[in-house]
Design a protein around this ligand. Sequence first.
Ligand code: G6P
Length: 600
Amino acid sequence: MCGIVGAVSKNRNILPILITGLKNLEYRGYDSAGVAYLKNNKINIVKTSGKVSKLENKLNKSDESNIGIAHTRWATHGKANSVNAHPHRVNHITIVHNGIIENFKEIKDMLEKENYSFKSSTDTEVGCALLNYYYEKFNDVDKTIKAFMNKVIGSYAILMIIDNDLDNLYVMKKESPLVIGITDKTNIVASDIRAILKYTNKYYILDDFEYARVNANEVVIKSVKGDILNKELHTIDIKDSDNYKGHYKHYMLKEIMEQKTTILKTVLPFIKEGLDSLKTLPDLTKYKEITIVGCGTAYHAGLVAKYLFEEVTNTRCNVYLASEFRYQNNFLSKDTLTIFISQSGETADTIAALKLVKSKNCPTLGIINVEDSTISYLVDTCLYTKAGSEIAVASTKAYTAQVALLSILVLSHGLRNKTISRDRALEVIDEFKSIEKLITPLLNDKDTYLSIAKNIYKEEDFFYIGRGLDYYLSMEGALKLKEISYIHSESYSAGELKHGTISLIKKNTPVLASATNSCLNPKTISNLKEVLARGADIYLICNDNYKDDTFTIINIPRTSEFIKTVLVIIPYQLIAYYTATLRGTDIDKPKNLAKSVTVE
Ligand code: G6P
């Protein structure tokens, strides 16, 4: 979602830094963009709906500046137009803001009584006016920020420029990520260090209720009480090149192909020395139950883990959508480990659910891809997936890395609680070590996926079915297709079809099934025959060398259920990808979606 970049320099034009930063944040999802910078001793604001390239074209090519702030906005309060786009400016104060000011209505009413009026429908303009109100009242930046932080309910990462203090950028943070990148005589602030890696890999991370004064020479970070803080300077070793798509047409395809290596990279630290390395994973035998929380694809990875925990290690496991978790009775206890799964580590609902569990002093574990993200700091123990930067909004390599890491966690648990023998565990470890060999033919089978895509890309409804583990995998398959092709696609448990959904099946309705569990397959095949009899076109992923001329069949290698999960998903991902290419959609940045959903 929204992204922010700000820069201040002694000797360089910061406008290219702002635009490059915004471009690097585009993948998060946004619908308008804007920039404010110092020009002829005045703040010049340029905003637009639509893309950063449109904003870039609106800028006067000869403009140069030493201080500025910039923003990509994903609309929450008010339409995606240039009035609502950030930066917002009220009298002396200009700001960009990520997050939501929840009590903006109450603050707006208060400010209207003080004769403030508003041009936009945004909570951010209200926040800007509140900062201006306090600034005029106290004529002191520390007091202004302190009063603002005490008054505002909600989340924010804010960059602020004050008219008569034009050497400094002020930044403040609560529940929305913010880093301050350090370079020689130029300091750059952003919502994600990856946006500014071209310029620096050294950075400070602001924590909640901290703020900073940033100028070309120094960074002074303070707590809300006004104490100066001595923060750790972090270094990140991701290469800027990780953020480029190379010869691939889309990041999504590049990331699908990277699964050849990312799965093994994720699990290797825990299998490289055989069973001994598995012991380095957390011991889960001290817990009676496991709860898993996540959103979107991460939730689907959690469902796969539930299947493995319950069916293989006889350990009860419940999985919840983070957005629902907070508003239900979760039977939280110290005997239950809650696992939070998140690619970004910044998803607002997942963070809120995590804070709830922590407030009850119950144990937490994170499965996170982005290092130094909010969730990675909040959980008791964090295990990292090693998928690398995932830029395409639709998650692919992060999902398989999550599933692989969770599978290995289940494997180590099964060894400890003696539901898995040492021999079986060694077999699974060998399978993971040969993952590249198993996965490569599936990744390379473009002809099959493209010919399926050609059959289905004009359809408006697509059904996915499966039983057991295959049902959970089909949920992720259906999500991939709808996210990037905009075809309505739903997954159903194969056995439920007759209880309603079969009424929707008509001639040529595409139905994609996976049947990779030999004891459930005959039942799924019967369900497929039922939809076939009603005219559906059937596509089947299986591992039995099953032959049936009435179905289009994709065979995957026969493996243990630990590995199967990452094999079945490959055809799902690539069918979605090629279908979307035929429909000509914006595959890496699908409409209305955001990579990192930082509002609840
Ligand atoms: C968004 C993304 C999805 C992702 C979900 C959870 O909806 O578009 O791809 O699965 O958020 O994100 P997280 O970063 O917590 O895994």
